[in-house]
Unconditional design. Structure first.
Length: 158
């Protein structure tokens, strides 16, 4: 009556080789990004490095963060300076925010301080208090753009 405890297959791949629900290709998906989640009731102060995606459900206070994506959940608070590609605020940010892509402020979101963004979406009820500047320059760095040429004068015709 002895039977093996698990259904074993002779050619099973190790669990580390593939992850369920993940494509076998090397494409980077949202859940493959280096993600830092600061949960509810947790407070973090200091420098955060190498996080591609920051999810704030608790409280984060930091001098400067560079990331690809910032999500502040309802009830989450971020104080400090952050520069990201895209941001979604359902909680509160108090400080300086630079978004090179799209900034979405949900109905429960509050933006206090200074913000720069290329695209802006504010849901009904979302709050913006402070200075908001739209980035209108092309995505290429401004320093690489050539200076405008001086006007060329034509010689007078006789």
């Amino acid at each position: 009556m002895a039977r093996p405890p698990f259904n074993q297959t002779p050619n099973a791949t190790p669990a580390s080789a593939t992850r369920p629900g993940m494509p076998a290709t090397g494409a980077k998906k949202d859940n493959d990004r280096r993600t830092l989640v600061v949960g509810r009731g947790i407070s973090v102060q200091g420098t955060i490095k190498d996080a591609e995606r920051l999810v704030v459900e608790g409280m984060v206070e930091s001098s400067m963060i560079n990331a690809t994506e910032l999500q502040i959940a309802d009830g989450g608070v971020f104080k400090g300076e952050v520069e990201v590609e895209d941001a979604e605020l359902a909680g509160t940010i108090d400080g300086t925010l630079t978004v090179r892509g799209g900034l979405t402020i949900r109905s429960t979101g509050r933006l206090l301080g200074t913000a720069k963004c290329r695209r802006l979406k504010v849901e009904d009820g979302g709050q913006v208090s402070g200075q908001l500047e739209m980035i209108t320059a092309p995505a290429a760095p401004a320093a690489a753009a050539p200076a405008p040429a001086a006007p060329v004068e034509k010689p007078p015709t006789p």
